[in-house]
Design a protein around this ligand. Structure first.
Ligand code: FE2
Length: 208
């Protein structure tokens, strides 16, 4: 379900900007690898990218396109995870959760080696940080979490809920919103407010 927006934001520009074309080429290849390895993570990343893009249009407009492509690779570190954890349908035990967390570090390492822009790396690095300090890897709190992470926390959580996980059924749009409203302390209040504003558009499929 790659949309016109996807094609527009991931297609190389015709001439001039070689570095941008290199970045888009790398992202395209990485996303193709995710699709081959795990269709669920690919689908999840596409949904997240659309929400990140819309939130960035409100909070970091000039970088909105980079939020889109950065969301496509936010979970790239999952390529290194064993199938038993990536696709297993059991709740994870402590050791397995540690391996799951490792996808953040692995993703940051991969994206850094590939000389991706800081924003793309930051989306991978901070997408599991939570506004109340309960997230990982660094357990940052409030505005200590870079904007990329605060936007990604909202878009990633919604995308996770509506895509489902191997051990958790996927939620309908309204249920996902309810769950997020009940744990809104996890999110930057301004960004969460924007999310609620665009949520109607998401439900009606207006956000492609
Ligand atoms: Fe993740």
């Amino acid at each position: 379900m790659e949309t016109r927006l996807h094609r527009k934001l991931t297609t190389a520009v015709k001439e001039g900007n070689e570095e941008k074309n290199r970045i888009l080429g790398v992202i395209d290849t990485l996303f193709a690898s995710i699709k081959l390895r795990d269709a669920v993570t690919a689908e999840h990343s596409l949904i997240m990218a659309r929400i990140s893009f819309r939130l960035a249009l409100i909070h970091d407009r000039t970088n909105a396109g980079m939020y889109y492509v950065g969301s496509l690779t936010h979970d790239i570190g999952k390529l290194a995870m064993p199938d038993t954890i990536l696709k297993g349908n059991q709740l994870l035990n402590y050791g397995e959760r540690e391996i799951l967390r490792q996808h953040v570090t692995d993703g940051v390492d991969m994206l850094t080696q590939l000389r991706m822009p800081k924003l793309v790396i930051d989306i991978a690095r901070y997408h599991h940080e939570r506004f109340d300090g309960s997230g990982y890897l660094e357990g940052l709190k409030g505005k200590d979490i870079p904007l990329a992470g605060r936007i990604a926390a909202v878009s990633d959580t919604y995308a996770t809920l509506v895509t489902g996980r191997p051990y958790q059924s996927k939620k309908e749009h309204k249920e996902a919103i309810n769950i997020m409203e009940n744990e809104r302390e996890l999110f930057d209040p301004d960004i969460f407010e924007s999310f609620l504003q665009i949520a109607t558009g998401i439900e009606k499929g207006l956000i492609e």
